[in-house]
Every structure is written in C-alpha cells, then in structure tokens.
Ligand binder design. Structure first.
Ligand code: ZN
Ligand code: ZN
Length: 187
C-alpha cells in the first residue's frame, strides 16, 4: 500500500478519537474545520459550500463526558418541491452528555429514557462522529427553498412563482389551477 502518495495534511480524517482519561481538568477545547463528504450526510443531495466548523469543549465529569459547543456550515440543498438548489446555513449549538457504554443495558426499565441517551465506549469518544451527528440533526426531513415554494407545474414543467407558470398565464382558471393545487398538496 502506498502510504505517502498524498502529503499528510491533505488526508481527510475519518475519525477524531478523544481519550477520555487524558482530558485536561478544565476541558479540551477544539476549534477546527471538519471535512465531510455528501455520503456522510442524511440528506443525499446536499453539497458543502464551506466545510463544517466546530467549536467544542469536551469535559469529563465523573464518568460522564460533556460536549458543549457549536457547529456552523454552509450547504447547498435541492428543494424537494421545485428541485432548485438553495443555500442552507447551519448554526447549531448543543450541550450533550455521553455515558460510558458499560451502563447500557443495565436496567431495561429505563428503555424509554434511554432513547435519547448517548454513549461512549472504550474510554474514547469520536468527536468527528459527534459533529457529524449534530450536523445531520439540523437537516429538515424535506428541504424546501422556502416554506411557500409552489413547486413545479405538472402541465408545463416550469417552476411556479406567485401561482404563475406559463400555462397559468394563458389560462388562469379552473382545471390547471386545480392541478397546481394537487401538486402542491402532494409534495
Ligand atoms: Zn422550491
Ligand atoms: Zn404550467
């Protein structure tokens, strides 16, 4: 395997492991860019316009790992209704608590509360995975260029703007208007 093909700093990290037991007493501060590819994202049509920037503090409190911080990024999404790309800025603050995985499964009665519970294992935490998850959580289930996006006309195939497309300009009444309504409802 050729290991030195790329200079070291071009390499994209796939993990960023933090050793829990080596965390400084007053916490580890991390401020850096994280490179992710679209495949990492839950939104498959997303493209990064700028890398994700994370500003985090990782602290150990007893057996809990506290991760506080902020992630910002600029992405391009494709609108689920009109298929037009649009810019999606991310600015998310979070305050997370990770428990040692050894606690997982100890009490089955806690199942309901455990749904949102986060865990680390092997005295390590992958900060890159934490940032990626927080990023993914900000994405809407259905990305829209605007909440009022009217989508694409089923008749002429044009993006409808202010209830107008080329066929509606010619024939503003009845059937076509209803089609547009149906299309909007469906998406
Ligand atoms: Zn749209
Ligand atoms: Zn039309």
């Amino acid at each position: 395997m050729k290991r030195n093909f790329f200079p070291k700093d071009v390499r994209v990290d796939t993990t960023m492991m933090i050793d829990i037991d080596r965390l400084p007493k007053d916490g580890l501060h991390v401020a850096r860019d994280f490179e992710f590819v679209s495949l990492d994202l839950v939104e498959e049509n997303a493209v990064f316009l700028e890398p994700a920037r994370a500003d985090l503090t990782v602290r150990l409190s007893g057996d809990e790992v506290l991760v506080q911080g902020r992630v910002t990024a600029r992405l391009s999404f494709v609108c689920a209704r009109c298929l037009t790309p649009f810019e999606f800025p991310v600015d998310s603050r979070f305050d997370l608590v990770f428990l040692p995985e050894e606690l997982d499964g100890l009490s089955e009665e806690l199942t309901d509360e455990k749904i949102d519970q986060l865990f680390y294992s092997g005295r390590q935490l992958d900060l890159r995975a934490v940032v990626l998850e927080q990023l993914n959580l900000t994405f809407p289930a259905k990305p829209l260029c605007s909440s009022g996006c009217e989508g694409i006309c089923a008749v002429c195939g044009e993006v409808i703007r202010e209830a107008k497309c080329s066929c509606l300009v010619k024939e503003p009444e009845s059937g076509v208007a209803r089609l547009e309504f149906l299309l909007r409802d469906k998406s």
